[in-house]
Design a protein around this ligand. Structure first.
Ligand SMILES: Cc1ncc(COP(=O)(O)O)c(C=O)c1O
Length: 494
């Protein structure tokens, strides 16, 4: 296939060139009716291609023309049998995969450190999760991937599983042994679904971990907007093989997609695919080299640690994405949140993620060597100045523990109900501090990285309450509870 083509982007350009008089949505009519200040800022061209499905422009829900070709080109580029453009991120991708693969009450094996959108998929599908413990790295204090041994054991213990769902890579760029896991899962005759939101670039460079499509996943998702150049919210769902019911997948996609997709977003997926297929390896070679050089320079700064290839072979670490720069800052006496604030306030640098111990800087095909230089300089200055900002002055035992990094991630709480049952059950609010022993009806997710510490149907434990109060004290946003400040929590009525 001719990967230099961008059939969908071209269809939009052809419409603009044809000078058609529009009497259709969107109501701004190619920018004419738009607020001037906004239009001047975003530019006329983006307004001109913000159109609606019509003959010649194709329909994302029922593609027969240029979107069909654009999706076929994407499938060829990623080595899938079929690819589908998503406009609500990998969030909708996770929901679509679950709704396609599992029915109410059916069992699906899922890693505990999945993104919260996986839980949305569980609630919608009514499936029963069988949680697989990810490997916990006590030294780095982070979860890695699940191992082939864990997958094999889970399949042995639950021969009635319908599917196995994996997250690879993690937010920190650690990838699982997908080839071995694929052999185990398909050997047992089960479906393999992979959340590869953070790995849309893997397929295009030999130095990157094996991609989910190359490993033979039945369904997988990529956040094309995260590590590649598509607009925010743009993602793809790839399908391979003959295990998935295609009619079911097609109707699920129709249910999750807007009937009025944003067409510049769809076109950006078409163009991001062309970019990767035609020059991806060269662009990624530059990015990988810049990231590796930056990693080495950060590791030369006293008090900082940026993990890399030396981690390979640890439990749950089969391969690494070098473009994720995870910097452990606790050696400087800062939490990751503090370091992130310092980078922003003193150096005007915004990182992708901060947690209690680390900050994560993304290196993508858009990262320049000047930007890398500024990042290294900022860390150098941070290491020289061991004075914590006033606003972070330690007070109380929690903060002191936090500063010493002296606490553990909470264990998974006992599961008492299906996520869907708890979500739909009659509920009441109780004080968070007094909620130990109750069944949670909400999802509590420290953000970032967006991994739930408790899900609907799980028992609230003392350890969890203590951990979440610690996170709150450290200034972490907890997404999910109705009460933003988490003074109260919604639990299943007894
Ligand atoms: C592992 C994982 N899956 C899914 C998502 C959701 O992706 P999106 O933001 O594209 O909806 C995220 C977001 O951070 C994620 O980290």
């Amino acid at each position: 296939m001719d990967q230099t083509r961008t059939p969908y982007f071209q269809a939009l350009l052809d419409y603009v060139d044809s000078g058609v008089l529009p009497f259709h949505t969107p109501g701004h009519i190619q920018g004419r009716g738009m607020d001037l200040a906004f239009r001047e800022f975003v530019g006329d061209n983006i307004c001109a291609i913000d159109l609606t499905p019509m003959p010649g422009i194709d329909d994302l829900l029922q593609p027969t023309e240029s979107i069909k070709e654009a999706q076929q080109l994407a499938a060829a580029a990623w080595g899938a049998d079929r690819s589908f453009f998503l406009i609500n991120g990998s969030t909708s991708g996770n929901q679509c995969m679950m709704m396609t693969a599992v029915n109410p009450g059916e069992k699906i094996a899922v890693p505990r450190n999945s993104h919260k959108s996986m839980l949305g998929g569980l609630i919608m599908s009514g499936a029963q999760p069988v949680y697989m413990a990810p490997e916990v790295d006590e030294e780095l204090r982070m979860d890695h991937c699940v191992t082939p041994e864990t997958v094999a054991r889970t399949l042995e213990e639950h021969p009635d599983l319908a599917a196995v769902y994996l997250v690879s890579p993690t937010y920190y760029g650690v990838a699982a042994d997908l080839a071995t896991i694929e052999a185990i899962v398909h050997g047992a005759g089960k479906l393999l679904l992979i959340d590869e939101a953070w790995g849309p670039h893997f397929h295009f460079h030999p130095a990157l971990p094996l991609s989910a499509t190359a490993a033979g996943a039945d369904l997988c998702i990529n956040s094309t907007h995260k590590m590649l150049s598509a607009f925010s919210q743009c993602a793809m769902l790839h399908q391979k093989g003959d295990r998935v019911r295609l009619d079911r997948l097609a109707s699920v996609l129709k249910m999750f997609l807007s009937t009025s997709p944003n067409l510049p977003m769809v076109a950006s997926l078409d163009v991001a695919r062309k970019q990767m297929a035609t020059e991806g390896e060269a662009l990624l070679s530059r990015t990988i080299a810049l990231a590796q050089e930056t990693r080495a320079r950060i590791n030369a700064i006293g008090g900082l640690y940026c993990f890399g290839e030396e981690l390979r072979g640890r439990n749950g670490v089969f391969a690494l994405d070098p473009t994720k720069i995870t910097v452990t800052v606790t050696g400087l006496g800062y939490t990751g949140y503090e370091a992130s604030e310092i980078l922003r306030r003193r150096h005007n640098i915004q990182v992708e993620l901060a947690d209690l111990f680390n900050v994560v800087a993304l290196f993508t095909i858009g990262t320049t060597s000047d930007a890398a230089e500024r990042l290294v300089n900022a860390f150098t200055e941070m290491a020289r100045d061991d004075r914590a900002l006033d606003m972070f002055a330690p007070s109380g035992i929690l903060e002191r523990r936090l500063r010493r990094g002296n606490f553990r991630l909470p264990k998974m709480p006992p599961v008492r109900m299906l996520p869907r049952e708890a979500f739909l059950a009659p509920t009441e609010f109780v004080k968070f501090r007094e909620s130990v022993g109750r069944i949670c009806a909400e999802t509590l997710t420290p953000y970032p990285p967006g991994i739930p510490v408790i899900a609907p149907g799980e028992e609230i434990t003392r350890e969890l309450v203590d951990y979440l109060r610690l996170e709150l004290k450290a200034g972490v946003r907890i997404q999910g509870p109705y009460d933003d400040e988490l003074r109260s929590i919604r639990v299943v009525k007894e």
